[in-house]
Design a binder for this molecule. Structure first.
Ligand SMILES: Cc1ncc(COP(=O)(O)O)c(C=O)c1O
Length: 425
């Protein structure tokens, strides 16, 4: 006998959305406007306004301090006045192409030591779309477990097999390359390995040298998302591939303009034929409007400044070294960072973390990002600091003092009591 088929009433699609706001959305009532969607006001700088008070700002990826550099503001403003925010209209392929887009592509490629590059409007969408374009259903993707959401979403689009390896674990990476090789021998496809140059949460560099060395044993192509390495690492800020001396082993190099370049947009760089393939197959660019001219002319200016003003990167690293060595000397655990990204690891639950960050912002004038469960394991808190070339040694010293004070209160249970009082009020 065939089992009876259950017939459900068709629900209103929004019933679920109204009752389950999602893992982060469920905190909206308590956190919105303060812990999430905070409003930092005033010009982007080392000190900005939050809740009407001046705070040392450690949460902005303006690594080289270009966001409000007078020369940058001048070029951005002039282009907005002359070209407007619309030009060029349409997708690159149809009517949105200009000689400036081409020039920026040539200069980005040359800067990162590749034959060619292609612009995308947003790094996130570009990465999703590039992964989608690079692999067919017979190909296999091997990727690091801790990669950025844009890589995960690109992998989600893949109709074929994928293997994930333990974060920055080369043994696990090789094991999965072996599995991928066996699988590709059956499907007749190839292998794409995806890593980040710098992992944005914990600040570790991807093990690019070891990954590239695996090319001796396995046949794969390497795509590297260097969002945080571009401008901050390697000779002249040319990125993590240069830092580790393996840029030639990276087949497709990606960097966004949203961090060191303090703008919007991103690019993929590699051999001419691969870049041309992306140009004709990345759906996020084929079916979307071209990058507006102020972004393009602004990016040309910023790139020129990165090339000609090495002191910006030097200043960034002076501040980074002062901040990290000062925090370590004060007994803080910064984990395994080897870049500017400075995570401070503490122990506590979410209500304690909220009380602590409130104290840090209101009473110590320090604004940084806070990372808690479910992004990291329960009971762990990361306060994440992003140094920039705009910060000063005074900012560093005040911050270390503030961190020392809040750690004492965290450890003696002050924040637990505050959190309990709020919860029961
Ligand atoms: C590692 C990484 N990749 C990609 C992106 C996305 O770049 P965009 O802001 O240009 O979309 C980010 C930004 O947060 C990132 O950190």
């Amino acid at each position: 006998m065939r089992p009876k088929q259950v017939i459900y009433m068709v629900k209103d699609l929004f019933d679920r959305i109204k009752s389950d706001k999602g893992p982060l959305g469920k905190w909206a009532d308590k956190a919105e406007g303060y812990y999430v969607f905070p409003k930092l006001e005033g010009p982007i700088s080392n000190r900005m306004k939050f809740n009407g008070k001046s705070v040392i700002t450690w949460s902005i990826n303006d690594y080289l301090g270009l966001a409000n550099h007078p020369e940058v503001l001048k070029v951005d403003g002039e282009s907005a006045a002359v070209d407007g925010m619309a030009y060029p209209m349409g997708a690159r392929m149809m009517s949105g192409h200009t000689k400036y887009h081409e020039q920026l592509e040539r200069e980005c490629a040359e800067f990162v030591g590749k034959e060619a590059s292609y612009l995308v409007n947003f790094g996130y969408q570009g990465m999703v779309s590039a992964i989608d374009a690079l692999v067919s259903k017979d190909d296999i993707i091997v990727y690091d477990m801790d990669t950025h959401a844009c890589i995960i979403d690109g992998v989600r689009l893949h109709a074929g097999k994928r293997f994930v390896y333990r974060h920055n674990d080369i043994e696990s990476c090789e094991k999965n390359l072996k599995r991928a090789t066996k699988m590709a021998e059956k499907t007749g496809g190839g292998i794409l390995l995806v890593s980040e140059g710098v992992f944005g949460m914990r600040g570790e560099q991807g093990k690019l040298r070891e990954i590239v060395a695996l090319k001796e044993k396995y046949n794969f192509r390497l795509l590297v998302d260097d969002a945080h390495g571009f401008g901050t690492l390697g000779e002249g800020g040319r990125g993590t591939g240069f830092e580790q001396g393996v840029q030639d082993g990276i087949d497709v190099y990606f960097a966004t303009f949203a961090k060191s370049m303090a703008g919007i947009g991103a690019f993929f760089a590699g051999d001419k034929d691969v870049v041309q393939y992306l140009q004709y197959n990345m759906r996020s660019q084929m079916f979307a409007k071209s990058l507006p001219m102020p972004m393009v002319k602004g990016a040309l200016k910023r790139l020129d400044m990165i090339r000609t003003m090495p002191e910006l990167k030097e200043k960034l690293w002076d501040i980074t070294n002062a901040l990290q060595s000062g925090l370590r000397a004060a007994g803080f655990d910064l984990g395994t960072t080897e870049t500017c990204i400075t995570p401070v690891y503490l122990k506590g639950d979410i209500p304690e973390a909220m009380a602590m960050v409130h104290d840090l912002r209101e009473n110590h004038g320090v604004f940084c990002s806070i990372v808690v469960y479910p992004v990291i394991p329960k009971g762990m808190i990361i306060l994440r600091l992003i140094p920039t070339a705009r910060h000063t040694i005074e900012d560093v010293n005040e911050t270390i003092e503030a961190f020392t004070a809040i750690r004492e209160k965290l450890e003696n249970g002050t924040y637990k009591k505050i959190a309990e009082a709020i919860m029961t009020a």
